[in-house]
Design a protein around this ligand. Structure first.
Ligand SMILES: [Zn+2]
Length: 202
């Protein structure tokens, strides 16, 4: 999924679960947590061009790694906010940043590019193939309602953004229904190669 969707979804998720005095701090740290997993693009070597391909969507995209992502995002965001607003500026709650960080592997798992979401328990690259990588219609409400929510320190607006995300992302709903109700996986087909097939029931 594209970075803008990751950042706006993660920020909305963090703001939605935070108390009002810490909501802006949570939105900022959450946005950072939504972005950090894709820092794996910097793992590369001139001597080995395949290294970048091997490590994209690797351990940084695992659910098990997200507490570390959240910790890092919280540290960077708190330091930046203290430089900008002084030492007494509110700090985002860790649980909110963790919720934000967890949205990243979830969303990448929905796309067709394999992601090691259950590393280190399995090395399989899993792909649910539910959504296209970029969908502006889904991203726009997240940005508009997320920024508006941050300005007003509102929880309702980021919650509305998350609701719009869930409703507008019909591609995922349809694919999910197809997965759950039409048994798209054959018994002898590995889950990471299993693709959507057939239509969901009416
Ligand atoms: Zn990613």
């Amino acid at each position: 999924m594209d970075p803008l969707t990751h950042v706006s979804l993660a920020a909305c998720a963090a703001m939605a679960v935070s108390a009002r005095p810490k909501r802006r701090a949570a939105g900022f740290a959450g946005a950072l947590a939504g972005l950090l997993p894709d820092a794996d693009v910097f793992i590369r070597s001139a001597a080995d061009p395949l290294l970048a391909v091997e490590y994209h969507r690797h351990f940084t995209h695992a659910f098990a790694f997200q507490p570390l992502t959240a910790l890092l995002a919280l540290g960077i965001a708190t330091a930046l906010r203290r430089v900008a607003f002084g030492p007494n500026t509110p700090r985002a709650p860790f649980y909110a940043v963790l919720v934000a960080a967890l949205t990243h592997p979830f969303c990448d798992w929905w796309t067709s590019y394999g992601t090691r979401v259950f590393w280190p328990f399995t090395q399989d690259r899993l792909a649910l193939d539910w959504v296209s990588v970029i969908d502006p219609l889904v991203t726009l409400p997240l940005i508009v309602l997320g920024v508006w929510g941050a300005k007003r320190r509102s929880a309702a607006l980021p919650m509305l953004a998350l609701g719009c995300f869930a409703l507008l992302d019909r591609e995922s709903w349809d694919a999910w229904r197809g997965t759950c109700f039409s048994r798209r996986c054959n018994n002898n087909e590995p889950p990471n190669t299993c693709k959507r097939s057939g239509n969901a029931p009416a």
